[in-house]
Each structure stands twice: as structure tokens, then as C-alpha cells.
Design a protein around this ligand. Sequence first.
Ligand code: AN0
Ligand code: CP
Length: 317
Amino acid sequence: MKHFTNVHDIGPLDSAVKEALELKANRFAHTALGKNRTLMMIFFNSSLRTRLSTQKAAMNLGMNVIVLDVNQGAWKLETERGVIMDGDKAEHLLEAIPVMGCYCDIIGVRSFAGLKDRDEDYEERVINQFIRYSGRPVFSMEAATRHPLQSFADLITIEEHKTKARPKVVLTWAPHPRALPQAVPNSFAEWMNATDYDFVITHPEGYELAPEFVGRARVEYDQRKAFEGADFIYAKNWAAYAAPNYGRILSTDRSWTVDAEKMALTDNAFFMHCLPVRRNMIVTDDVIESPRSLVIPEAANREISAQVVLKRMLESL
Ligand code: AN0
Ligand code: CP
């Protein structure tokens, strides 16, 4: 695998999940593969799970790991070409990227959407510059429009817990006080659309995702109707995609919060969320704490999804 930014980069999902479950059962079987290889993780944004799980996955493979928090201790980076750099940014990404590439074999990048300029976000400028100028295989640790390591972990988690060949999976918008990117719901939709699951998306009007991510999903504006007979409820907030409201909060309506009464409409569904989650905004305490909540197994599978991706990248170095 050269780069990993979306579902297409992983190839057939059945073999990816099979490899994931094999690695999960025997995670130290490939320690020779990463010996004397260095992973560099670059964070433009905060992280708990991605940072820890990806580092753990790399260590499972025998790799060395370097982590850089761009906003803590590095020079402030300019990302636009052609800018007269007379402001507070001391270094340009166009030098910083090839320099980072000198010190490692594989690069992971986290760079969220700015939520101001839709075209700029959807062009994926930052991660694409890493792909173009680092000279190294690059993988996304959540970019502007997708979070593929999360979606892969979500898929593994569903495959481990499903009891029907074709489960009903519902992605539901839920309220949040801050504007959040569409990366997680876009990516989840992209991966679900690559399965044969019955896939439904529910959100208030105005929160439509980009059509290329909605794909074959059924969109249902009535959340209760969407929940009927569901096997998995995947909650997430996102800010509006559609112009002219791109990046804006249109609603904080807590009637969309996932609670026990709504979960009772499902077929005893599992509850999923990528975390971090705001309790009693996105989901009530009792639902996230219930035995049907998969939020911790999902987070645990982040180590596994990262390990599959790193293993495949190491194999093609
Ligand atoms: C981020 C987001 O919604 O994209 C990261 C989720 C994994 N969430 C927050 O910033 C709270
Ligand atoms: N789910 C996830 O990516 O979490 P972090 O933002 O903590 O890495």
C-alpha cells in the first residue's frame, strides 16, 4: 500500500477485515517487519485515540515512532504558496514536509477541515501536499474530509458484533455545541457504502452530506423512523456541508440526542460513536454506559486498523 486516505486504498474489505482479525489474535507476529523503520506522526489537531493507538500499532510491528505536535513547539507553518511571509509564520510547509520525510519511512498526518472554505477543505490540500512532497508513504489520521482509520475500526467492530448477514446500520446526526467537520460521517458513509449492509443516514434538514459520500444510502429525516429495526446506531455531530451554510451550526436541538427511548425503537441495536463524545448532547449517560454500547471496543479496534495499514505499508517499502 502506497498511501491510505480513503476506502479504495485498502482494497477488498473482506480480506482487510480478515487480516485485521488475524492481527488482533496475534499482534506481535510481525515485529521483524518494522525493525529499524521509523513512523512519524504529525498532528495539526488534538488527539487521544489516534495518537495512542497508532503508536501502539507501530510498536507492535517493531517500529520506532516520532510524534510532532505542530502547534506545540514547532515553527508556525505557512500552508499557502505565494504568500509574503511577513506575519507570524516562520516556516513554509513546502520546506517542512520534505525535511520531515528525511527522518522517517512512513508519515501519518492529522489535519482537520478549517470549515471556512469548502473547496479548500474538499481539495484536501494539507495531506495532498504531504503525499506530493514528502517522498514517503502517507496515511490519514483524520484529514479534512475523511477519517479512514476510524471507519476501518468501525467496520471491524460491526463485523465482530453483527448477528445478521446484512445488518441495518444507521448513521444519525446528534447535537453538539461546536462546529465539527464532516470527516467522520463522510468516511463512515464511504465505508458502509462499500459493504452490502442496509445503510440509512438520518439528520435534520440542512445537514445533507456531499452526494459522493451519501452514495447508495437511504436518507431519512425522521430520526425515529430511521431507528426502527436498526442493528447498529452510529451517532456523530457534523456542521452543515451545503452552501451557503458550509461549516455552520444550524441546530443544537436536543430532541436529536440518542436516548434510551429512541434505542427502544431499534432491534436491540448496538450504540457506536468514534469518541470523544459529549455526554447528554450526543448520547445520554444510560445509553453510552449500557451493555449495548460499543464505544470502547471501537476505540480498541483503532490499534488493529492502524496495524493493518502500517503492516501493508511496510510490506511495500
Ligand atoms: C473531531 C471531529 O469531529 O472530526 C475528531 C473526531 C475523531 N471531534 C472533535 O473535534 C470533538
Ligand atoms: N476517534 C478519534 O480519532 O479520537 P481522537 O481524536 O482522540 O484521536
